[in-house]
Design a binder for this molecule. Structure first.
Ligand code: PRP
Ligand code: ZN
Length: 298
């Protein structure tokens, strides 16, 4: 019998598309993309990718049309609030937070408009495509404002006289700048998340999800990780351990013909800067070598 294949929903075109495909490639997935561009077949894993609108990803996964999804926390949280707990919005638990797709949902006012904190929002009209997150934000602050729900182009709403200010996503800030809007409050800090269907998976599928999660963890860990090698006097070892950023127990190797010097090999979970190398040299280290780490499996 054919192995059951996992379906993973990814944003069709947008800020998450390239980093999502990059993550999957780093996890070892080779995709062949068909002519229609909406489906890609996993050549070396029982996993296929569906390219869809990001706003549709939470529903596709919640309704078990797709087993997995890569989506922004902003889209996920809005969907959860929209569904409410009685409609199983709470079943959309993220499996992993990811390091890409960083952006913020913010309140922004027209340049030069007076703003003195959330009290200035009272009675105002706020345009957004995130009415549930905005509503929750306002309720938590006991502010009464009119939420104007739009389906897009929120940034031009103030100029069109449809709203006094906006609540929209900001990544680079260029959209706000181009529309003469100034960010005044953060409603949500967002990044990409990995989600799965609430329906139990078959053993084979679950095993693959587990493998994929381990690989994702490995990919995220190695991004900044370095492998460092050096020679040092035995007596300097405590000091050297202290200097190595984010490393676990280093490997100590004796050096042939030198009783008092050893080789030290360690994985550092953070970047190793020149300053660190200089400090290591000061306590007696020599032959320092820093290498990038490509893969890691704990
Ligand atoms: C958001 C937002 C802005 C833009 C901001 O849209 O609505 O248009 O990104 O990015 P910037 O700060 O880098 O200029 P998004 O790409 O999420 O579009 P979508 O809502 O259609 O998915
Ligand atoms: Zn979208």
């Amino acid at each position: 019998m054919d192995e059951p294949r996992l379906k993973l929903a990814v944003q069709k075109s947008g800020r998450l598309t390239d980093p999502s495909l990059d993550l999957l490639a780093r996890c070892g997935l080779k995709l062949s993309r068909g002519k229609d561009q909406l489906f890609a077949y996993g050549e070396n894993m029982p996993l296929d990718v569906l390219f869809v609108r990001d706003d549709d990803i939470p529903d596709l996964v919640r309704e078990d049309v797709c087993d997995l999804g890569l989506v922004g926390l902003n889209v996920l949280e809005e969907k959860r609030l929209a569904l409410g707990s009685h409609n199983h919005g709470d079943t959309l638990e993220p499996l992993r937070g990811l390091e890409f797709g960083r952006c913020r949902l913010v309140l922004a006012v027209p340049e030069g408009a007076p703003y003195e904190g959330v009290v200035s929002l009272e009675g105002r009209r706020i345009a957004t495509t995130y009415p549930f997150l905005l509503d929750q934000y306002l309720r938590e602050r006991r502010v009464t404002a009119e939420v104007v729900t739009l389906s897009g182009s929120v940034e031009i709403a103030p100029r069109l006289g449809r709203a006094d200010l906006i609540c929209d996503l900001v990544a680079t800030g260029s959209t706000l700048q181009a529309n003469h809007l100034t960010e005044v409050e953060t409603v949500l800090e967002s990044h990409a998340v990995f989600i799965r269907t609430p329906v139990p998976l078959s053993k084979q599928k679950a095993d693959w999800v587990e493998r994929l999660l381990q690989r994702i963890d490995g990919v995220q860990q190695v991004r900044e990780s370095k492998y460092i090698m050096l020679h040092a006097p035995r007596t300097a070892l405590p000091e050297i351990r202290r200097l190595l950023p984010g490393s676990e127990a280093p490997t100590i190797i004796p050096l042939e013909g030198c009783a008092d010097r050893v080789a030290v090999h360690a994985v550092c979970r953070e970047n190793v800067f020149w300053e660190t190398l200089e400090s290591l040299k000061k306590v007696g280290a020599s032959a320092l070598l820093v290498l990038p780490v490509e893969k890691m499996l704990a």
